[in-house]
Design a protein around this ligand. Structure first.
Ligand code: NAD
Length: 489
């Protein structure tokens, strides 16, 4: 199989799915933006380059639709979201095919993302009914204090390219459950899945206009205009820390409520008392899910000396055996990275680490041919000075450092400005909990490499963000607490 070769049947079905992606109903644009298939470089669609005026028109439309939506009952919003869940699952083939074509995710991972993304809609359909308040007596008596939770108002939702459907539904579903209208801005690399997803929301009963999609090359002009518009009350962003910081500064102008899901530099710790197979399975998942392009990807692996040789040999064997190729092949386990800038970044990180003393155990380069591929790569004995220890790798490259003690592992793991996720492998419950407590991250996977779950609060500490998505907390991000103080005689 060559890197470019797709399964003909999946390829032809993906062409039909791409043709079904709706066009934006908003006409104000300054030309178009091409969308490419990263596995081949082929242009697969164009999308509007919406102007700032169009973005503000989207704000007006979502704001008026949102005011009517806020008056609907929780049961109504829940029923509509349940219908959306059913519609997304009904169209899972088209959604998965479009996602693989524009993002490069393997087809099986795209199906998994569709289910995961739809699960957020089902979860928040359920949470919509549970948004309660409280009733209590004032401690000194003489008054009853009531609290309620109402919709925060018009929400701006900005999503990255790596999970084009799940990052959108993780924001749109709680916004709608809470009673808010929204304007969504997907990444220009992967806008098609979002356009299709939002159309399916409308087909299932979400009022027209309530969820607006804006695509633009001028992301900063968009956020400068929209986040300073008086009607906007909330911004939820998933993406890099640098952009998150800019958006928080803009949001500060009108005191806009902000949730930030930002970059990570996840450590993965394997201790001498770990179960070897479990640790290798977990490390493969934590490192290689989505081709290593996740914010929670194991960016730095700290392996204790007693287990290091065996672990690294087993892990490297699994990495070297991965089948890489066009994501529209069912046997392919590793697709391309998202674009040529990613290939260049990975090549630099590997070359820099090797130049500074790391050992290259497998991979290390971009294979010949079209498409933006990078080999599954393992680096051992990576020195602290290497750029790879402080940069989000965002690709199929594993960076390993050997450590002597638990304390050394914890200190190295915490030596970063990020605090999104961490992974710990040990068979000792005592050690697992002690290490998890000591790690400065929002999430810790213990003896497993997968953290995401709709029922769990996803989010980071330090420069990895503010706020949580999923779980009950995810709904609260789109609500304001109000309190009534009722005098008692
Ligand atoms: P990015 O920050 O470059 O872009 C994210 C989104 O923000 C895109 O839609 C982009 O167009 C938009 N954007 C960029 N500049 C903007 C501006 N000035 N105003 C408004 N919007 C702007 O990130 P990316 O490369 O698309 O995604 C990868 C990053 O996302 C990584 O850092 C990764 O860790 C992070 N991420 C975090 C989570 C999480 O939950 N914490 C999840 C997935 C990805």
């Amino acid at each position: 199989m060559t890197y470019e070769t797709a399964d003909p049947e999946l390829l032809s079905r993906s062409a039909t799915a791409l043709a079904a992606v709706p066009h934006s109903p908003l006409s104000g644009m300054d030309g178009t933006i091409p969308v490419h298939d990263p596995a081949t470089g082929e242009e697969i669609a164009t999308i509007p380059n919406h102007t700032v005026e169009t973005a503000l028109e989207a704000v007006s439309l979502a704001d008026s639709a949102g005011k009517a939506w806020a008056k609907t009952t929780p049961r109504h919003r829940s029923d509509v979201l349940h219908a959306v869940y059913a519609r997304l699952i009904e169209r899972k083939d088209d959604l998965a095919l479009v996602m693989s074509r524009e993002m490069g995710k393997t087809i099986s991972e795209s199906y998994a993302e569709v289910q995961y993304a739809a699960d957020y809609v089902r979860w928040f359909a359920e949470e919509a009914l549970r948004a309660g308040g409280s009733y209590r007596e004032a401690p000194a008596g003489g008054a009853t204090m009531l609290t309620t939770r109402g919709p925060v108002g018009l929400s701006v939702l900005i999503t990255p390219w790596n999970f084009p459907m799940a990052m959108a539904t993780r924001k749109i579903a709680p916004a709608l459950a809470a009673g808010c209208g929204c304007v969504v801005k997907p990444a220009t690399l992967t806008p098609l899945t979002t356009y299709l997803t939002v159309q399916l929301f409308e087909e299932a009963g979400v009022p027209e206009g309530l969820v607006q999609v804006i695509t633009t090359r001028s992301a900063s002009a968009f956020s400068e205009a929209v986040l300073t518009d008086d009607r906007v009350r909330k911004v939820s962003f998933t993406g890099s820390t640098a952009v998150g910081s800019t958006l928080m500064q803009l949001a500060a102008q009108n005191i806009v409520k902000s949730s930030m899901e930002l970059g990570g530099n996840a450590p993965l710790l394997v201790f001498d008392d770990a179960d070897l197979e479990r640790a290798i399975d977990g490390a493969m998942l934590a490192k290689m899910r989505n081709g290593g392009q996740t914010c929670v990807s194991a960016n730095r692996m700290f392996i204790q000396e007693g287990i290091a040789d065996e672990f690294i040999a087993g892990f490297t064997e699994r990495m070297a055996a991965l089948v890489q190729g066009n994501p529209l092949n069912r046997e392919v386990e590793l697709g391309p990275v998202v674009d040529d800038r990613a290939v260049a970044r990975l090549a630099h990180l590997v070359d820099d680490a090797v130049a500074k003393g790391a050992d290259l155990l497998t991979g290390g380069a971009a294979p010949a041919g079209s498409g933006t591929f990078f080999q599954a790569t393992v680096l051992d004995n990576v020195p602290v000075a290497a750029d790879i220890t402080t940069t989000e790798i965002f690709g199929p490259v594993a960076s390993i450092t050997r450590v002597r003690t638990q304390q050394e592992a914890i200190e190295k793991a915490n030596d970063t400005c990020f605090g999104l996720a961490a992974f710990v492998f040990t068979e000792s419950a005592d050690r697992a909990l002690n290490v998890a407590e000591a790690l400065e991250t929002g999430m810790v996977g213990i003896n497993q490499g997968l953290l995401s779950n709709v029922a769990a609060p996803f989010g980071g500490v330090k420069q990895s963000g503010i706020g949580r998505e999923g779980s009950a907390e995810g709904l609260e991000e789109y609500q304001e607490v109000r309190y009534f103080n009722v005098a008692r005689r």
